[in-house]
Design a protein around this ligand. Structure first.
Ligand SMILES: [Zn+2]
Length: 158
């Protein structure tokens, strides 16, 4: 009976299908500043003037004390590998000709981090804690995207 109370979700009549859905999100105020910074070859973090914490990616308010008194700070684009993985399949499960290295990079003095491609190194050489630097695409190729960062690579001592 349609009006009987269901005691378990599996008792509900259902059919299964797929609905194609496409979403579009704005990057928000903090994201706008961050991505414009990438176009200028800068990593911009949000620094809370109340509690002194710095966030990258930046946020509009502090995740620690909820203050909105943040200011933008350009940070040195050098970090360390927090963790990494080797990707062998694309989004459709097709085997990649060349496996890709993906790393979570953390930056000194910042909470958060960036996940990006790791380049100019072989998988066997990658280590957690390894110093790396951000490599930006040439200015004429930047378009306000996370891909304005070409990749991160081992930090050279120059
Ligand atoms: Zn704070």
């Amino acid at each position: 009976m349609p009006l009987d109370k269901l005691s378990h979700p599996q008792q509900a009549r259902a059919w299964f299908d797929n609905i194609p859905i496409q979403n579009q999100y704005t990057v928000g105020i903090a994201g706008e500043v961050f991505f414009r910074g990438l176009m200028d070859g800068k990593l911009l973090a949000a620094h809370c003037q109340e509690c002194g914490r710095t966030f990258l990616p930046p946020t509009l308010y502090c995740g620690n004390c909820f203050s909105t008194s943040g200011e933008w700070r350009e940070i040195v684009p050098h970090g360390v590998i927090d963790t990494f993985t080797v990707v062998h399949l694309d989004l459709e499960d097709n085997r990649l000709e060349q496996p890709e290295l993906i790393a979570l990079v953390r930056f000194e003095g910042c909470e958060g981090g960036l996940i990006h491609r790791l380049g100019e190194i072989d998988a066997a050489q990658v280590e957690v804690g390894m110093p790396v630097e951000v490599v930006f695409r040439p200015p004429q190729e930047r378009e306000g995207s996370i891909l304005d960062i070409a990749h991160v690579r081992p930090l050279t001592k120059s």
